[in-house]
Design a binder for this molecule. Structure first.
Ligand SMILES: O=C(O)CCC(=O)C(=O)O
Ligand SMILES: [Fe+2]
Length: 263
């Protein structure tokens, strides 16, 4: 795993709000990530209760991607992959923070002829607000312009507010919220399988449609800087934990937000 982060990579990430690291996983690691992710998703499909957006499979959103959240909660192999300190170190060094907690892992499989992923920001969905939130998106298949690779508006993480738009069938809704971004040049992030794309939780991003007969599979994880506080939103918080929290409380429950790396 290519988890050591150079000064140049840090600078690039902080300027653009995202970075592609090719060959992040070696071929053996990539095979493990594929097998484990496939197995964890299959398990959810069998249980029929853990997929976030499959209740109505014919809706637009269900056809954006097959989405399975917090697989590490229910799959031991996935927990082993996600709790890896090296992932936390890479994320923490890029973000420039002192500690990294897991917010949620998430498998995102854009199925053959899947819809595009509308432009959005990530952090406004979550139960903490931080300009240093960061995610990793690991390509389990080669991501191309044809099968729905990610696209970014570089630099928007530095000026974004917490206003957002949903990932709906109007893929450009975000530009109604941020009309000042309408003429920025979007940059695609195609990458070979085994690459990691890290992005800031406030950068504007989306993904194209999958115009191929094969899935575009990604395994991702959203990270919270250690010390971030509850903002009142439920998102993926457990019911009992959510009920006990007050706005401003530090999020530090070891089961909900495991600390995987500290400087
Ligand atoms: O995989 C996709 O299509 C979208 C990914 C995304 O929005 C994310 O990882 O935050
Ligand atoms: Fe996103």
């Amino acid at each position: 795993m290519k988890y050591h982060i150079s000064k140049d990579q840090q600078d690039l990430y902080r300027t653009n709000g995202y970075i592609v690291i090719e060959d992040f996983l070696d071929p053996v690691e990539l095979q493990t990530w594929r097998t484990v992710t496939q197995d964890a998703v299959q398990q959810r499909l069998r249980e029929r209760n853990g997929l976030t957006n499959r209740d109505e499979p014919e809706t637009y959103y269900a056809q954006v991607f097959l989405q399975a959240v917090r697989l590490a909660d229910t799959h031991e192999g996935m927990a082993r992959l996600m709790l890896d300190e090296r992932l936390g170190e890479a994320a923490g060094k890029l973000a420039g923070v002192d500690g990294i907690r897991i917010w949620h892992d998430q498998a995102l499989f854009k199925q053959p002829y899947g819809n595009p992923t509308g432009w959005h920001l990530d952090n406004p969905y979550w139960s903490f607000s931080s300009r240093d939130a960061i995610s990793i998106w690991v390509a389990l298949d080669r991501a191309t312009l044809a099968n729905g690779c990610l696209w970014y508006l570089p630099g928007t993480h530095r000026v974004a507010r917490y206003d957002n738009s949903g990932i709906g069938s109007n893929i450009g809704s975000l530009f109604k919220v941020y009309p000042e971004w309408a003429n920025l040049k979007a940059v695609p992030a195609p990458c070979p399988a085994g690459s990691a794309v890290f992005h800031n939780g406030l950068i504007a991003h989306g993904a194209g449609a999958n115009m191929t007969p094969n899935p575009r599979r990604a395994m991702t994880c959203a990270y919270m800087p250690d010390g971030a506080t509850f903002n009142g939103q439920k998102n993926v918080l457990r019911d009992d934990y959510f009920a006990a929290l007050r706005v401003g409380d530090k999020l530090e429950d070891a089961r909900q937000v495991p600390l995987i790396w500290k400087r």
